[in-house]
Design a binder for this molecule. Structure first.
Ligand code: HCA
Ligand code: CU
Length: 400
């Protein structure tokens, strides 16, 4: 990647450069599986098919769906697999042969199985010993492989599993030639350095020419994406996301934030149609009724709003002063907010928009008025391309 010193983000990109920059980090989207585990979320078969098409056209590498939840889910899985999308479609099932059979009956070519292997999951959920878990896991992977299918095995609750047992499981499964191993932080308890250490340990204990590593990080403390990226710095090459981060409890990294982080600051060579991001979020929100907070990065309504007078003054001359990318790159829009913080520059701009004479004195009077009204924000305006041009050319009010 060649850096351009004219780019306002130039120095940041230099700080961000690292060994893992420029390598491709893939995206698996699990809106149809983990996303449906979010309280209140349940898609219709038609919606699931449509979501799969949208994700595929956006450019994710893999799409995960669970066929075992209900006959409806099996039908959606079967239909989506038949569409012949570019992305791999993974049938996500428990590490049980009868679940694998359901995946096979849907025509799956990729099967992702999971098993909770921490002591708490073994005792509270599966009620089996470590030894029994290992036997079951190996049998199931063997079963999937004997059908000539591609496979992923998820070491559920990996971050709370005895490292000796975790490494042993990863080694044995890697030996069977599994394509991918998922290392999840199921309860969202890791910090980035911890996730780095965890993935590094797994990577160093397996033959990485046989199995690649996925990271699946939960957002219980808001660190999901940071942790996932740290895992990739340590050798994982695929991050699990959902649209708007939907999932169990507080979910996993959002597709939008992950995609922008990968392309903008990791310089990962993905082929993603970023401009679809806002629409993807809007569509999912309509389907689920789960509202997207205005402050949500990338797709939120306030993600490109500018309010303080000092910010407005700069934005009106060059939006890069307070934006790391053009909002339209991600399908969002820039807005300027006039209110008590608008200041002299904002007021002058507002007057010029209304076709009124703009002198320093009038702008100051209006700015004072806006402050005294104490009405909060009185006006929000899209700063569209035409307006931007007008401003950036020569009509921007010049006030000193
Ligand atoms: C679950 C567990 C899982 C699995 C992740 C994966 C987790 O909800 O059933 O298969 O990579 O968080 O551990 O989502
Ligand atoms: Cu999960």
């Amino acid at each position: 990647m060649s850096l351009n010193s004219e780019d306002p983000n130039y120095y940041a990109h230099i700080y961000n450069e690292s060994d893992s920059a420029n390598k491709k980090i893939r995206i698996l989207d699990s809106t149809l599986r983990e996303g449906e585990q979010h309280p209140g979320v349940s898609f219709s078969v038609k919606q699931r098919i449509q979501i799969a098409w949208m994700l595929d056209s956006f450019g994710v590498d893999q799409i995960e769906i669970s066929p075992v939840v209900s006959p409806d889910h099996a039908e959606a899985t079967r239909t989506i697999i038949r569409q012949g999308l570019r992305a791999d479609i993974l049938a996500h099932v428990r590490a049980i042969k009868s679940d694998v059979d359901v995946a096979i009956s849907c025509g799956a070519t990729w099967v992702a199985t999971y098993m909770g292997i921490s002591d708490i999951h073994l005792s509270a959920k599966l009620k089996i010993t470590r030894e029994q878990a290992k036997i079951r896991a190996l049998e199931v992977v063997d079963y999937i492989k004997s059908h000539g299918l591609k496979a992923r095995f998820t070491m559920e609750d990996a971050s709370r599993t005895d490292p000796v047992f975790l490494v042993d499981m990863c080694r044995e499964i890697n030996r069977l030639g599994i394509e991918r191993i998922s290392i999840p932080d199921t309860v969202g308890i890791m910090r980035p350095t911890g996730m780095h250490n965890l993935v590094k340990m797994v990577r160093e204990s397996i033959d990485v020419s046989k199995s690649s590593i996925d990271v699946h990080c939960h957002n219980d403390i808001g660190l999901a994406l940071a942790n996932a990226l740290a895992g990739c710095d340590a050798g994982a090459d695929q991050i699990h996301t959902t649209i708007d981060g939907l999932g169990e409890r507080t979910g996993i990294p959002t597709l939008a934030e992950t995609a922008v982080a990968l392309m903008l600051i990791y310089k990962s060579s993905n082929d993603l149609r970023l401009h679809m991001l806002k629409d993807l979020s809007r569509t999912i929100s309509q389907y689920t009724g789960v509202e997207v907070p205005a402050s949500k990065p990338v797709v939120g309504d306030s993600a490109y709003k500018h309010k303080a007078g000092t910010h407005l003054a700069a934005i009106l001359r060059n939006p890069s002063a307070y934006e790391i990318l053009e909002p339209k790159t991600v399908g969002n829009r820039r807005k300027i907010v006039f209110g008590e913080l608008a200041g002299k520059n904002g007021a002058a701009y507002l007057l010029s928009m209304l076709g009124l004479e703009t002198s320093g004195h009038e702008a100051e009077t209006l700015a004072r008025g806006l402050k005294q009204l104490r009405m909060g924000d009185i006006l929000e305006l899209y700063l569209d391309e035409k307006l931007e041009k007008k401003i950036l050319n020569d009509t921007a009010p010049k006030i000193n």
